[in-house]
Ligand binder design. Structure first.
Ligand SMILES: [Zn+2]
Length: 422
């Protein structure tokens, strides 16, 4: 639908084609085309924070159906350094992943790791709200001003500064196909005046990101085009979310507009669908929308039916390493002693490598024995479960039975879990 020829890099660079749109909801099916291949949407994008999905080979990620991977600009900037990735030929080349890649801008990480608020942002909006709660009695490791964020590395305590320009420079060096604009991520605990301030700042930073992105695209001749997504903030406030979607959706600076959008920030889980629909009813229809840090099964249905095209979440792999697995019957822990003599697969409907070769009893054994393979096998299963679930949603949309598929799944699946970015 929106074929955008790259003016400076390789031939066809980035486009989004919508194949099908629901008439009674915001859901749609499409294809995001990137220089490293297409992504059929809706799609779940597994997270490889530091240029690796922990414990799993890239070939196994491809085998389980991952179409793209998302890494983190903040972590890669600190280690090994974005210049190293640039010299290596970019993120995909560096980590032996030939497909499309995304990078998160670092906005969330400099604040979450620096200020010390919890990584899990889904929280109860009714709890008390004040701006200093995020610092608590911890050392405040990040300081935000209108120009950018000064922060202390969580690795060695060294001081760094991210501005919109630095984030763009870092993300261009990393070389992912899809990047995000540098934003100030708030929590549900921040006051309304602070949310307004952060949103104004995010808008001013968005313009600076577009300008720097355009400059770098022109300078870095011969590199594949990197698409830039603007990030919609506004917490749980309808007017703020709608204003952000209106302002960023139509923003153009020196002829450069966003190629797509990320919906970020504090998302009150109980209101997820409402918040996402406020935004997606306003954002340009012909550009892809990514819901940042959302990946629990029940939330993915809400995201898809409210018009989100891609999702990422670190939970699938993070909980796998603690022996927690998703199944059609809900989530459980393989280290539980009830699995000691259970010679069935983790999920008898799952077609992953783990489920077709191993039993719950074996998984219980390797978790109890703290064998490294436990992380690998459980991660393969969980990533496959989530990737496949969103693939099934895409197929159900094409087949015209999304509502039935959703009712069937949620009728069986009961466990609820939160939002998480790494
Ligand atoms: Zn499986």
């Amino acid at each position: 639908m929106n074929n955008r020829e790259c003016r400076f890099g390789n031939a066809l660079s980035f486009s989004f084609d919508i194949k099908h749109a629901e008439s009674d909801s915001l859901a749609r099916v499409g294809t995001i085309n990137t220089p490293h291949g297409p992504i059929q949407t809706p799609a779940f994008i597994p997270v490889g924070t530091k240029a690796t999905v922990k414990s799993v080979l890239p070939e196994a990620m491809a085998d389980l159906g991952a179409q793209a991977l998302l890494s983190n600009a903040y972590h890669l900037y600190l280690q090994p350094g974005s210049d190293i990735l640039d010299e290596a030929g970019g993120l995909g080349e560096f980590m032996n992943w030939p497909g499309p890649t995304f990078t998160d801008s670092g906005g969330f990480q400099v604040l979450s790791l620096g200020v010390g608020f919890k990584k899990v942002l889904a929280m109860d909006a009714q709890t008390f709200r004040r701006d200093d709660v995020i610092a608590g009695n911890k050392d405040r490791l990040a300081h935000v001003d209108d120009e950018g964020v000064t922060f202390k590395s969580h690795l060695d305590g060294s001081m760094h500064r991210f501005t919109p320009e630095v984030s763009m420079q870092v993300q261009h060096q990393i070389g992912a196909d899809i990047m995000f604009a540098f934003d100030e991520c708030t929590t549900l605990h921040n006051t309304r005046p602070y949310q307004e301030l952060a949103m104004d700042r995010t808008y001013a930073w968005a313009i600076r990101c577009l300008d720097e992105h355009k400059k770098l695209t022109q300078e870095r001749v011969g590199k594949p085009y990197q698409a830039l997504f603007g990030v919609i903030q506004g917490a749980q406030y309808e007017d703020l979310r709608k204003k952000a979607a209106t302002d960023l959706g139509s923003l153009e600076s020196n002829g450069q507009a966003f190629d797509g959008f990320g919906i970020g920030g504090a998302l009150d889980k109980g209101q997820l669908g409402t918040i996402v629909s406020w935004v997606n009813e306003i954002l340009p229809e012909d550009k892809p929308r990514h819901l940042l840090g959302i990946g629990a099964p029940e939330d993915l249905f809400v995201g898809v039916e409210n018009g989100c095209d891609t999702f990422d979440c670190v939970l699938a792999s993070r909980i796998a390493r603690t022996s927690a697995v998703y199944t059609m019957e809900g989530r459980f822990n393989l280290s539980n002693s009830r699995f000691k003599r259970d010679f069935t697969s983790i999920d008898d409907e799952c077609d992953c490598y783990t489920c077709t070769h191993y039993t719950r009893a074996y998984m219980h054994h390797v978790f109890r024995g703290k064998e490294i393979i436990s992380a690998t096998l459980a991660t393969i299963h969980n990533e496959r479960f989530i990737v496949r679930l969103v693939d099934q949603m895409r197929q159900a949309l094409l087949d015209g039975n999304f509502a039935d598929m959703k009712a069937d799944f949620l009728g069986r699946y009961t466990h609820r879990s939160g939002q998480a970015r790494d």
